[in-house]
Structure formats: structure tokens, C-alpha cells
Design a protein around this ligand. Structure first.
Ligand code: AMP
Ligand code: ZN
Ligand code: FE
Ligand code: FE
Length: 292
């Protein structure tokens, strides 16, 4: 079984449409793929239809922007009821924050003498429900200002660079509880990744487990062998599910091809058990796994 539980489509900052992503997952010989766009479920229905056609198992999820003690934490949420009002409200607030910072980012770039407009960003972000820095990067590439997303982040968009602008993120513990109450299961994405400078240790993670956290994404390209070993030990000590995934963004992120990391079948089963338990306890109608 090849299982990849973290991917992005054009609905956020990936470059494949949801159905293209599902077809690419099949071509990459995956048996199970989760679509986890940033802060939105807008790609779910297209992906589910494509998964039924392609005969691949699809888990509907999302990667939610959260904040913990001033550090950004990406929280993967699997199979929550997307109509649960507290979840809907928080996601709306996050998406407003994503769009709301674009004019400031553009103003900063203009101050640097770069002729970029909101329309240029809109032209490359197309049908994205969640705008993000990668779209600004793509607009800079389209204008010939930089050669790649990587270069745009390095020169302008990463934290500490001149066009970086922060945005709203939901409080982590509260979001873990909201997803559980929506009948879903949560996994911290790339817990020791490059973007989050907080490196939560076992003591930090304990209270999150009490709040309902189900797992840790241990096998991710941001983690080297030593980090993976240490994170796996922490997951074992805290009885957390261990996942491994690509964080695929299509052509938008190199080194993150589908299936570059995968999740053990046993761990996937545990994750689904956690989601099923949350769903039963919540009494909410949650999305089924699409068994294509
Ligand atoms: P945002 O959602 O606007 O905060 O932007 C963060 C997104 O940008 C994440 O999904 C990252 O995967 C992506 N990202 C961060 N650094 C880079 C980079 N150097 N090249 C391409 N994508 C990046
Ligand atoms: Zn992304
Ligand atoms: Fe992430
Ligand atoms: Fe991601």
C-alpha cells in the first residue's frame, strides 16, 4: 500500500487542478491520497469525483494555518464536517487574512521598484480559494522579476525578507478542539520543518495530545534522518499516529513529488479510527473516505 496524506492543488498553492492531482496520484502508483489544501475544502468535490473515476482511495482533508506561542504551526485536519460553524468561521477569518495582506505585500514590492499589481497576482492565482505567497511568487516569475518560486521567497517573501507580511492564524489548541468537534482527526504537519521556528518537544506536545491531537507528520522532506528518528520516538511515547507524506504542490515545489514519503498502512488505519471515533462522538455528518 502506498499512502500519501498531504498534497495541494490549485485550489490553494499547488499547480494541478484537484482532478489532475488525483490522476497524478494514480500515475505515481499511490493507493491512497489525501487532498489537503491550505485552509479550504473547496477542492473536495472535484477530487472525490475524480477519485471515483480513477479508482483511487481519497481522504478529504485540509492544512490549517494556526499559531502556537507566536510560531506558525500547520495543522492537517482529516475528514472534518466542513459545515461545522466554528470551523467555517475560523477558515473564513484565515482566508480574509490571506487576501487582506496582498495589497500590503504589493505595496512593499512597488516600494522596491517592482511593477506588480493585484491583477497580476489574480491572473496567476486563477481559481484558488486560498491565496498565498506562492501566488505572489508566480506573479513575480511571470513578470520576469525572478526565475522561480524559490528565488521569490529567498529575495522577497520569506519571513524577514522585505515583502513579508504576516496574517491571521487560528490558535492551535482551539483549532485541534474545533476539528475534533467537527468529527475530524488532526496531525501536525512537518513539526520541525523549515518554516516553523518553534521546535515543539515532547513536553510541548503533551497538552496538544490532551486537546485531541491524533498524530505527527514524521516523514516529510523538511526532516532529516535524525529528526525523523527523534520525532518517531516522541510519537511512540505519546501514542500518536505517525504519518509520512509528500506535501506535493505540483510544479510549485521541487523535491516533493507524490509518494516521496508515505504512511504505513497500520498508521493510516489508526488515523481513520481516530477520525471515526471523533465523528461518532461529535454526532456530525463527516465525509466518508472515497473508496474509488
Ligand atoms: P503562505 O501560505 O502564504 O504563508 O505561504 C506559505 C506556502 O508557501 C507554503 O505552502 C509553502 O509550501 C510555500 N513555500 C514556502 N517557501 C517556499 C519556497 N521557497 N518555494 C516554494 N514554495 C514555498
Ligand atoms: Zn502550500
Ligand atoms: Fe505546511
Ligand atoms: Fe502543505
Amino acid at each position: 500500500m502506498r499512502i500519501d496524506l498531504h498534497t495541494h492543488s490549485r485550489v490553494s498553492d499547488g499547480t494541478d487542478s484537484p482532478s489532475e492531482l488525483v490522476r497524478a496520484a494514480r500515475a505515481a502508483r499511490l493507493d491512497v491520497v489525501a487532498l489537503t489544501d491550505h485552509d479550504t475544502s473547496a477542492g473536495w468535490s472535484e477530487a472525490a469525483a475524480a477519485a471515483r473515476v480513477e479508482g483511487i482511495e481519497l481522504v478529504r482533508g485540509m492544512e490549517i494555518s494556526t499559531d502556537h506561542h507566536g510560531h506558525g504551526v500547520h495543522l492537517l485536519a482529516y475528514l472534518p464536517d466542513p459545515t461545522y460553524p466554528p470551523l467555517v468561521e475560523e477558515l473564513a477569518r484565515i482566508l480574509e487574512g490571506r487576501d487582506g495582506r496582498l495589497p500590503t505585500m504589493i505595496a512593499r514590492l512597488q516600494e522596491l521598484g517592482i511593477d506588480l499589481t493585484l491583477d497580476d497576482v489574480a491572473a496567476v492565482s486563477g481559481d484558488a480559494a486560498a491565496s498565498g505567497r506562492p501566488h505572489v511568487a508566480d506573479a513575480l516569475v511571470a513578470k520576469g522579476v525572478v526565475a522561480s518560486r524559490d528565488e521569490a521567497f529567498d529575495r522577497y517573501l520569506s519571513s524577514g525578507r522585505p515583502a513579508y507580511v504576516g496574517r491571521y492564524a487560528a490558535p492551535l489548541v482551539s483549532m485541534i478542539r474545533i476539528v475534533a468537534a467537527a468529527g475530524g482527526a488532526t496531525v501536525i504537519a512537518h513539526p520541525w520543518g523549515r518554516s516553523g521556528r518553534g521546535r515543539p518537544d515532547q513536553a510541548d506536545l503533551g497538552p496538544l495530545v490532551e486537546a485531541g491531537l491524533a498524530g505527527l507528520e514524521v516523514d516529510h522532506q523538511d526532516h532529516g534522518p535524525v529528526e525523523r528518528r527523534e520525532l518517531r520516538a516522541i510519537a511512540r511515547n505519546l501514542d500518536l499516529v505517525v504519518t509520512g507524506s509528500s506535501d506535493y504542490h505540483g510544479a510549485g515545489k521541487t523535491g516533493h513529488g507524490l509518494g516521496v514519503n508515505t504512511t504505513e498502512a497500520e498508521e493510516y488505519a489508526r488515523l481513520l479510527d481516530r477520525a471515526a471515533a471523533a465523528s461518532a462522538a461529535s454526532g456530525r455528518t463527516t465525509p466518508e473516505v472515497v473508496r474509488g
